[in-house]
Design a protein around this ligand. Structure first.
Ligand code: NAD
Length: 251
């Protein structure tokens, strides 16, 4: 028996083959969910959906910074499935900039995908969740939000991910009476394409030195926590931030 048997889940930014979204979509599918993968490129989203175990998974093009696109994707899925139970706001980008290097476009790009995208995709599904008095939302924040960067992303990335924490907690408070739970995941250093080839050996060694478990996390380490937060195992958890960081931040 799967933890998500009969559930319908939406995961944004899940086309990246080695990414956290794809690993989460795969684990959800293994636990019985039917999954929609939303990403920028339709062909890549469809290919990722076709790669999931089981039948009925869907790939859709959706730029999460575009409210109309989020609404169209949510409407199409509700029409197709009749219900959406779970949303994982995973789409995100980062940039390794110092404070004085952040220009207006850098700020817009990083804040828009991470923070505005989380707001818009959640807004697109809230009326549906409210109508069913049910829904579980998992938002990808980061250890960068909690400890002020220090791994890869610049201060604007830390700000965006900290914004996601505030947004998650405020929405959790507002939407709890409607039966909707929202929680945040704070991954530490996870080996995916978001940093692949972008860290020098020395940078990598110094990041690993700060991790008591002595290794980078895997996408599956994060997916497991997403599964816990998405499923009824966490039925009494809302507004939480779950650390997935190998001990690199203990607080
Ligand atoms: P990734 O780069 O492998 O995947 C990100 C995906 O988001 C890509 O498929 C990309 O096409 C998609 N995307 C980008 N802009 C989009 C948009 N506007 N609309 C829809 N999709 C869009 O990254 P990842 O490492 O799998 O990261 C996933 C999430 O986890 C991100 O939010 C990231 O900030 C967060 N995170 C990652 C780490 C890490 O160490 N890898 C740590 C903490 C948090």
């Amino acid at each position: 028996m799967g933890l998500l048997d009969g559930k319908f889940a939406v995961v944004t930014g899940a086309a990246s083959p080695r990414g956290l979204g794809k690993a989460t979509a795969k684990l959800f599918a293994e636990h019985g969910a039917t999954v929609a993968i939303l990403d920028l490129d339709l062909a890549q989203a469809e290919a990722a959906a076709a790669d999931l175990p089981g039948a009925g998974h869907v790939g859709l093009a959706c730029n999460v910074t575009d409210l109309a696109a989020c609404q169209a994707a949510a409407d199409a899925l509700v029409a197709k499935w009749g219900a959406v139970d779970i949303l994982v706001n995973n789409a995100g980008i980062t940039q390794p900039l110092k404070i004085m290097e952040i220009g207006p476009k850098n700020y817009e790009d990083v804040l828009d995908v991470n923070l505005r995208g989380t707001l818009y995709m959640t807004q697109a599904l809230i009326p549906h969740f409210r109508s069913r008095k049910s829904g579980s939302v998992v938002n990808l924040s980061s250890v960068s939000a909690q400890r002020g960067g220090g791994i890869f992303g610049g201060p604007h990335y830390s700000a965006a991910k900290a914004g996601i924490l505030g947004l998650t907690k405020a929405m959790a408070r507002e939407l709890a009476p409607d039966g909707i739970r929202l929680n945040a995941l704070c991954p530490g250093f996870i080996a995916t394409d978001i940093t692949a080839g972008k860290l020098t050996d020395a940078q990598r060694a110094s990041v690993l030195e700060g991790i008591p478990m002595g290794r980078a996390g895997t996408a599956l380490d994060v997916a497991g926590c997403a599964l816990f937060l998405a499923s009824d195992l966490s039925a009494y958890c809302t507004g939480t931030e779950v650390d997935v960081n190998g001990g690199s931040l203990i607080h």
